[in-house]
Design a protein around this ligand. Structure first.
Ligand SMILES: Cc1cc2nc3c(=O)[nH]c(=O)nc-3n(C[C@H](O)[C@H](O)[C@H](O)COP(=O)(O)O)c2cc1C
Length: 269
């Protein structure tokens, strides 16, 4: 059976996971933040997939920790898809390294460029560019599903191996810094206390107090709160001011967050 694990702040990776699931057939779509890796019971006959966004040229910290704790029997066909805006950096070799330490093997790596949600580097892509990336994605998902069905083995896109140790260091430093970003978020008067920011937060880092969000100290920097706020009331320091927000148009905010746990791939479509 297919066991497709995903992590997604603004919906690209969930959309990709759903598209893949619909091509590969029956299985389970499993949200990484809502899943206790130690309770997962993977059999060597399963096909395991991991879909995640690239953060600072590597996997998000939560994904790395989840994979460190996940037991994948040797011989299980395992693939990973890194979604990214401009480059997956060393995401796939880093995931491969984590699995290897655990006695498993990353059979195939894939990467797809989808619209950026990294507001510190700019606002949302132009509509045309977003549209083009969704259109080309369809053929990519067809090819990925065919590759998985035929048990293709490949490393996938990455920086050359010589850069991987440096990128690994950069990624580990950056994801630690992300945790400190909680203090940079603020909320303006447009906030109507709907609480969507708290629901989509992948780290359960937001508490509603007196009808307004308060950020705690374990931010993963997925930026879901910033992008999904229906009033554009949330800012990240001054850098997000006036920049267009982005959410994947095929996903709803209610599909995301920690509470979105296991589901048959047919149910979550
Ligand atoms: C904290 C953070 C860091 C990011 N770093 C990178 C990066 O190093 N390279 C890149 O191409 N995109 C980067 N991105 C963009 C995302 O990887 C990309 O938009 C992804 O598809 C978002 O997936 P999601 O919608 O499932 O959350 C970053 C986004 C965030 C929030």
């Amino acid at each position: 059976m297919l066991r497709l694990y995903f992590f997604s702040g603004t919906g690209n990776s969930l959309w990709a996971a759903r598209e893949i699931a619909s091509r590969l057939g029956d299985g389970e779509l499993i949200s990484i933040p809502g899943c206790d890796a130690s309770k997962e019971n993977i059999s060597a006959d399963d096909t395991v997939g991991i879909v995640f966004p690239t953060y600072a040229w590597g996997p998000p910290r939560m994904v790395a920790e989840f994979l460190t704790a996940l037991k994948i029997p040797s011989g299980t066909y395992t693939f990973a898809l890194a979604t990214y805006a401009s480059s997956p950096g060393a995401s796939l070799p880093m995931v491969s390294g984590i699995l290897k330490k655990n006695g498993a093997i990353l059979s195939a790596g894939f990467g797809i460029s989808l619209p950026s949600n990294y507001t510190p580097f700019g606002g949302a892509w132009e509509q045309d560019r977003q549209q083009k990336s969704f259109e080309t994605a369809s053929a990519f998902f067809d090819d990925l599903a065919a590759a998985v069905k035929s048990r293709l083995e490949q490393n996938g896109p990455s920086f050359p191996a010589i850069f991987v140790p440096v990128v690994k260091f950069f990624n580990k430093f950056s994801v630690k810094e992300f945790r400190k970003m909680s203090s940079k978020f603020s909320v303006g008067e447009m906030c109507n206390g709907c609480g969507i920011c708290a629901k989509v937060c992948l780290a359960e880092n937001i508490e509603m107090q007196n009808g307004k969000p308060q950020w705690l100290d374990k931010c993963e920097q997925c930026l879901a709160c910033l992008h999904w706020c229906p009033k554009t009331a949330i800012e990240l320091g001054r850098i997000s001011k006036g920049r267009l927000r982005y959410t994947n148009p095929f996903v709803k905010s209610s599909d995301l967050g920690v509470k979105q746990k296991h589901g048959n791939t047919a149910d979550v479509k």
